[in-house]
Design a protein around this ligand. Structure first.
Ligand code: FMN
Length: 134
């Protein structure tokens, strides 16, 4: 089990919009801006699907997702990679749907991506760049 450190969680909490990277099974990359991203546990991220198209198609056929988090004040950057489970029903889906609908009834809240964190890499510029941390 890969758990984010206190420092990583602090950086995560400062993000407003994440770049969610996925790939098709033919290895065509895609990146999308996503704001509905929550750290639910030290090893689990929830991502709300309102308008995903290629992201959703990619994780259906290749259940991997990566994102980075960056704190410009502390100059710390981490790449987070994980495996994705898609939920469109059940208690977890209902919970994120309620949260999204509270933000705006017009949001479709069509699904939830549950990301189990599998790796964290350094992306702060410098001699440790690219190194696997967790
Ligand atoms: C700032 C910003 C935040 C966004 N947040 C979300 C989000 O939380 N969930 C979502 O499904 N789409 C969100 N979107 C919309 C998707 O990025 C957009 O629908 C995109 O076309 C999906 O791309 P895809 O085809 O690569 O999946 C957001 C867009 C922007 C610009």
């Amino acid at each position: 089990m890969v758990k984010l450190t206190v420092e990583m969680k602090e950086v995560f909490a400062k993000q407003k919009v994440f770049a969610a990277a996925t790939a098709s099974k033919n290895a065509i990359p895609n990146v999308a801006p996503i704001a509905t991203v929550q750290l639910i546990a030290d090893d689990t991220i929830w991502i709300g699907d309102n308008y995903m198209v290629k992201t959703l198609a990619n994780v259906r056929e290749n259940p991997h997702l990566a994102l980075y988090i960056w704190d410009p004040e502390k100059k710390r950057c981490f790449q987070i990679k994980g495996t994705v489970t898609i939920k469109t029903s059940g208690p977890e889906y209902e919970k994120i749907k309620a949260q999204i609908k509270q933000k705006g009834a017009h949001y479709p809240a069509k699904g939830l991506l549950i990301v189990t964190i599998t790796e964290v890499h350094e992306c702060t510029p410098g001699s440790n760049a690219g190194k696997k941390l967790l």
